[in-house]
Design a protein around this ligand. Structure first.
Ligand SMILES: [Mn+2]
Length: 469
């Protein structure tokens, strides 16, 4: 690893990153698409999913006065803005900062998210522009970041638990992360039947990237305490109105409430990051809303359209990419990128690196195949000359640099993703089993480098067809 660029990455950003989503969108106006024409709520999913870059709808027919924002982190160019670095520096910067100690919070008494405070029967989150994500959604679907607290350690834990908004003060909330389930079980073991929770809408994307962290941390810190570390600035937190939690002071909207830990309710046709309706149904707890605090003017509602290829593939996997970057670097290869491509259905990972001698590639592939998460079923190693933003180039590397008899290995019977329709279901469990595959599509020492010189037309990339239309 380049020690000098690590040092640079560790320094605070020259210009402090914005503390609010609205300032972030203003600062990054050059990559934000603003839609001012009137749009129906049911068309927002289809429209936003056509955008690779951040998009803001300013004129929603059913919800006048409310803005809606999506696609903040779909590619490296937009992801890089979240840390205030160049796209080529994003992953190594995130990887470095995740190895730093938590910066913690700056607790403040109040903030912009307290401009309007509603409690009790005044609470009604159906006034927000909550969208249905697909035709099979039985109710509008909320994808906000949430904050819960471990009742034993006091540390916060965060994730994005998809929630059907089934009434003005009622939701059905689906936690998919193991930490959320461990914490709910701690409340149950203590005889407590409801868990305080805050749902946070409209924060700068670094908050959400960190909220999706998945690794060892619960005995040391909570995800929110690392947001300041990622951003190189203090993050301000304010106390909730009706529950004993603190929340980001500069958020657009905060919903407070309790998850009831008793009875569960059936919800149908979940949208998995593999882009299918998996699982077809699940039993989830009920969310009761006790307060809603917001900005006063032009609220920005943040959604994460869950299908087809959207932030839903990238956001939960950016910290995974950074942790794999660290793990592979530790193995001794020079990593140029790690990517869970949106077109891989969150089941496949591409590792791009240079290595100094034969034998490295299979060790690197095994390291990624043995990752803690269930999204490294098919791992492909490529060299830095393969453009991993282009699925066709990765396919060409697999087709032209792989001798299947010696460059592919398969491990049977490992942990499968509940979202993988090819994996074998397990009786009485949402989990599945499946095999894993490592593919070495790198340049090999046995290859003749001259054989991989690509043929291009004269003046390729210099003359453009659009100039002749
Ligand atoms: Mn966690």
């Amino acid at each position: 690893m380049d020690q000098r660029s690590d040092k640079a990455a560790s320094l605070a950003n020259e210009k402090p990153l914005d503390d609010s989503l609205r300032d972030y969108l203003a600062t990054n106006a050059d990559i934000v698409t603003r839609i001012v024409k009137p749009v129906y709520l049911d068309d927002i999913g289809a429209l936003s999913a056509q955008s690779d870059m951040p998009i803001v709808f300013e004129n929603i027919i059913e919800k006048p006065g409310h803005l809606l924002c999506d696609m903040l982190v779909k590619n490296r160019r937009s992801q890089a803005r979240s840390l205030g670095v160049a796209p080529e520096d994003f992953l190594k910067t995130l990887a470095f900062r995740l190895r730093q100690p938590p910066r913690g919070f700056k607790n403040v008494k109040t903030g912009p998210v307290k401009e309007v405070i509603k409690t009790g029967s005044d609470v009604d989150w159906t006034v927000l522009p909550i969208t249905r994500h697909k035709d099979k959604d039985e109710a509008p679907y909320v994808t906000a970041m949430n904050i819960i607290r471990d009742p034993e350690t006091g540390f916060y834990n965060s994730c994005h638990a998809g929630t059907y908004a089934v009434g003005p003060r009622r939701g059905l909330i689906s936690f998919v992360t193991s930490h959320s389930h461990i914490i709910m079980n701690k409340y149950r073991a203590m005889g407590i039947d409801k868990m305080p929770i805050a749902l946070v809408f409209g924060v700068p994307p670094a908050y959400e990237i960190m909220a999706n962290y998945s690794g060892l941390h619960m005995d040391m810190w909570g995800e929110m305490e690392m947001v300041g570390t990622l951003m190189g600035r203090d993050v301000e937190m304010v106390p909730c109105e009706t529950i004993d939690l603190t929340v980001p002071a500069h958020a657009e909207i905060v919903v407070e409430g309790y998850v009831h830990l008793g009875p569960k309710f059936r919800v149908g046709e979940v949208t998995s990051p593999s882009m299918y309706h998996l699982p077809h149904s699940e039993q989830v707890p009920e969310l009761e809303l006790t307060a809603m605090t917001t900005r006063a003017e032009r609220l920005i509602y943040r959604t994460h359209q869950t299908c087809p290829d959207t932030d839903h593939q990238t956001l939960p996997r950016l910290c995974h990419e950074a942790m794999l970057y660290n793990r592979l670097t530790e193995l001794g290869v020079k990593v140029t990128d790690v990517r869970f491509p949106t077109w891989g259905g969150a089941l496949s990972c591409i590792l791009q690196f240079e290595y100094s001698r034969d034998g490295f590639v299979n060790d690197v592939l095994m390291a990624a195949l043995g990752a803690p998460w269930l999204n490294t079923k098919m791992v492909v190693a490529v060299s830095p000359d393969t453009d991993i933003d282009n699925p066709g180039e990765v396919y060409l590397a697999m087709a032209s640099r792989v001798d299947p008899a010696r460059d592919i290995f398969i491990v049977p019977h490992t942990r499968g993703s509940p979202f993988d329709p090819s994996a074998r279901p397990m009786e009485g469990s949402p989990f599945r089993t499946v095999g894993k595959m490592g593919i070495d599509a790198t340049r090999k020492t046995r290859h003749d480098p001259a054989d991989f010189e690509r043929a291009w037309p004269i003046n390729w990339n210099k003359v453009h067809l659009k100039d002749y239309l």
